[in-house]
Each structure stands twice: as structure tokens, then as C-alpha cells.
Design a binder for this molecule. Sequence first.
Ligand code: SAH
Ligand code: SF4
Ligand code: F3S
Length: 472
Amino acid sequence: MLDFITQKKHDESRQGEAFAPEQAGVQQFSKRFYIESYGCQMNFADSEVVASILQEGGFGATRNYEEADLILINTCSIREKAEQTVRKRLTDLRKVKQNRPGALIGVLGCMAERLKSKFLEEEKLVDIVVGPDAYRTLPSLITEAEGGQKAVNVLLSREETYADIAPVRLGGDGVSAFVSIMRGCNNMCSFCVVPFTRGRERSRDAISIVNECQVLFDEGYKEVTLLGQNVDSYYWVDESTDTIVNFAQLLEKVALISPLLRVRFSTSHPKDITDEVLHTMAKYENICKYIHLPVQSGSTRVLQLMNRTYTREWYIAKVDRIRAIMPDCGISSDIIAGFCTETEEEHQETMSLMEYSKYDLSYMFFYSERPGTLAARRYEDDIPEDVKKRRLDEIVHLQNKLSHESNVRDLGKTFKVLIEGDSKKSGNDWKGRNSQNKMLVFPKGDHKVNKGDYVMVKVTDCTKATLLGEIV
Ligand code: SAH
Ligand code: SF4
Ligand code: F3S
């Protein structure tokens, strides 16, 4: 997402990256697919489901789109810029079609769902358009497209969770994996396109989630991130025993797989996160002490217009509760600058709530009106672009200060770190995260440790986004 300003999200550093598993075994397949993903972690997880469906259908993955028979882009609609990025990319991919007329181009994900067959009118070289709930029909859509027809399936489902599909892990580090626990969203935040592109909320079978995490652990993975737009509303009924599994119980089940398997999750909604979840986090060392708790705005009036269904005071009480139950918990946020009718005072309220919450990290955006949303229909997008950008700049500036202060508070502390691999800058350094989701970089030295191991690291220094330290 290009309008994302300072820090890169775990997944945002991967925007548009192409993935194929190391052991893709391209030779055994007669045809090859190439997939590129944009947007949130859910989209990256979905691409792994798509890869599994395609491999069943006889396609092997490739990292080189020039040799692909099928080029897929898994798209995001969250802000206008996200869609512009995809359109630009489609223009590039068009050239491939000129060189390889037989190659098919498919658009998956949220933009496919939002634009439906309009996509085919707007982008003539697209052959296949598939929404997030229709990936099982990809093989037959491909056959249709190979026959020269344009193929579209954008039906949303109330049941589909792809629970039985074992995702093919694409381009990961072999240490950390995403596991989708639910799909869709019922919240109807007025600015948000997700309920329209992803449909109704539904929770995935808990048994299949725990199985998937167990398999990952058996394969050597050390960290799973449970994904949903609003994980706290996870709710699944085990009909064989007539018992309910809520999110806290699901977390516990996954945490019990092994103390060596770290458990993370995203995203929590301030209105739904419960004390039961917080106590479960506190009880298990391997449930990471980190909560992404998007506030969006610090003004109760704006929150009401956003249909977030909590107030500034409610949010503050949640932050207090987290700090009371887990004093060492990291908290991050999403913030929207310049929502419809936001006043200067209300913008200041967002800043003061950021100060209060002492966010370690925030993902910050200016408001981008999305067609069809409640806000687009009800409110005028009346904050001039220069004002939106100035407010966003102030928010980013403040967050940089808060992130730095948070890092300075960690100087001298020792953390348990899961090694994810070589640091970006040097093969002589490891990188890895602590429980609070902060990235640490430290020299390998003579220590006999490897990717996927846990080490204790003492923080000696910090940069804006990273803690620097040494193994103790
Ligand atoms: N389910 C998550 C958010 C998913 S979208 C939650 O409820 O918190 C990720 C973030 O994108 C949102 O938290 C919001 O900050 C931002 N966002 C969503 N729609 C937007 C829009 N129309 N304009 C600007 N930012 C938006
Ligand atoms: Fe969008 Fe709100 Fe649902 Fe998050 S909770 S996906 S912001 S509607
Ligand atoms: Fe984007 Fe869809 Fe995710 S709109 S943020 S890819 S749910």
C-alpha cells in the first residue's frame, strides 16, 4: 500500500512480491502459474490456498512471470492507491501477453469482488476474475478461459472457509506462517470496503485450525499468526460434542500444541476484545504479548460516524485493561486522518489518544473514500487533500516519536527472540522478533544457533524501527 508512510507492516514489505515455494517441483507439472499478492495478511494467506488448489489442478508455481501459463494478481481495494497499484501492475503484465499470447491473466481478491465483470470491460487483457470465496472454481474457470471465453465467479458465500485445504506455503521463511481462522466481516465500519469484498463473517472449524498449526509445528515452523478481520468474534460450535469454541479457547488450544510454538493473532477490535482473551494471553508464555488494536480516531464523535461502536473512553479503558493484565504487552494501532467532517480539535484528540496509548507502532492512512460504503453514501468527503496530508504528517511524526521512546525504554532489557533469518543488511547478523513483535538485529558471533531457534538477546542500542543487541 503506497500511502503507507513510515513503517512497513509484516506483510506490507511483501506488497506485490511474487512467491513460489522453494520445492515448487516445477518439472512435475505441465503448466505453471505465477501469483503476486497485495493487501492484508488475509490475501497472502488466500494466495497459499489458491496455490494448493492450482497444484491439485496440475499447475506448478514459478517465481518468473515470463515463463508462466497463468498469471494471477491477488488484489486489494482498501484504499484508492491500493487499486491504482494493481492497475499499474496489470499494464506491465500486458507486455507478457504480447510475447506469450497463450498466457492467461487472472485477477483475484477484493478488487475482483468489488468490480466484478466490470473488470473485464476496463481491463481488456484480463481473462479471469475470481472473488475471495470462489477459489475452488479456479480450475474450471481456467478451462473456460483456455477455450477463449472470459471467466468470472464472484459469488460470495456464507460458509466457505477453505477449512479442508492445506495451504502451499509460498515464499515464507519456514519459521512463521499465517493461519486463517475466519473470513468476512460483519462490522460495517462506515469507511470500509471489506464487508462488501469479503462478505459475511464466518468462523473456520477449530479442529482444522489446530490441525493446521500442529502440521506446521511438525514441519519445523515456530510461529503461527491466527488471522481474521475481527478475531475476537471467532465463534464455532463443535456439533459432535455440542460445545462452543470462542477466540480465547481457540488461542488456548493452539498454545497447547507446544510451548515452542509462538502464537500471534490479528486483528482485534476494541469493542470485542475480552478479559478472557487477555487472561489467556497472560497465562501462556508462548502467546505473544502483542495486540494490534486499531483505534482509527481519538474522537468519540468521529468514531460514531465511522460506526466503530466504541467511544474514546471505552478505548482508553481497553488499553488500561491490557496494561493491568500484561504490563509488558506491545500495542499497535491503525489510524485514519481526515475522515469526513473531522475538525482540527478532533484531530488533536487522535494525537492525544496516541500519546496516552503509547503505541509501539501504527499504520497510518489518510481517508480514502470507497464507492458503495456507508460513508460514501452518507457523508461528504469534505476534508481537503492538503489538510488530510498535513494531519497525517503530524500523526506520523508523533508515532515516530512514540516508537523511538518505546525503543529507548527497551535499552538494557533482555528478550527471548525467535530467529527468522539473516538480517537484511548483513549475513553476519541474525534478525528476529521478541514477544512484543519488535524486530531485533544482533551479531551471529560464534553462537551455535540457527534460523528457527530461540535466543536471549540483550538490547544495547536502537534505530528508528529496530532494536540492536547481542546474544547473552
Ligand atoms: N479489520 C481491521 C482493519 C482492516 S483494514 C480492523 O477493523 O481494524 C486495515 C486498515 O485500513 C483499517 O484499520 C483502517 O485504518 C484502514 N482503512 C480501511 N478503510 C480505509 C479507507 N477507506 N481509507 C483509509 N484507510 C482505511
Ligand atoms: Fe473493515 Fe471495520 Fe470490518 Fe475492520 S472491522 S474489516 S475496518 S468493517
Ligand atoms: Fe485489502 Fe481485501 Fe485485505 S480490501 S486489506 S485485501 S480484505
